[in-house]
Design a binder for this molecule. Sequence first.
Ligand code: HEC
Length: 157
Amino acid sequence: MTETQTPSSAPSRLPLVFTVAVVAVVLAFFAIAFVIASTQHVGTDEEQLTAATYMDVVQPLLAIGDAQRGETLVYQTYECYACHIIGSGAVAPSLEGVGERAATRRPPLTAAAYLYESVIYPTAYVVEGYPASMPANYPQRLSQQELADILVYLLEH
Ligand code: HEC
């Protein structure tokens, strides 16, 4: 009796092993897909950029932004001008006229999309002649309203 039971219970583990393997493969697939999707969102792949890139997020921000509040945030609260000063020896490009420059910096990105990318994904595009030293923690530090105010301020400067 015991001899006939052993062979029949041993193969019953196979489906379990098979299931675990399938689950592992599926999880690995999703992990890889997620990594690929998130790098594309950063916009590092030049070929993927269009005039619509980031605009689904940027358009609503432009609608609620206030340039006056943005100026206070840029000058005082977040001290962007600590780096973005005018003149030689500056560690970052001047923000004077940045709204206009933004329109041609990284075509086909719109000016607003480029400015958004500069603050939220600073390493996606690094301005020639400068180090990639723009702080990367603004996505955590800025509220949606603050980001909106800063974008509108930069767009007008
Ligand atoms: C520690 C120094 C530093 C601080 C502080 C800083 N930045 Fe920058 N930023 C840089 C550097 C360096 C670059 C150029 C390299 C690059 O493109 O990442 C840059 C690039 C930019 C650009 C693109 C400019 C262009 O001409 O294309 C924008 C816009 C910008 N920063 C906005 C801001 C804003 C807004 C703040 C404050 C919330 C800020 N930065 C704070 C260093 C800084």
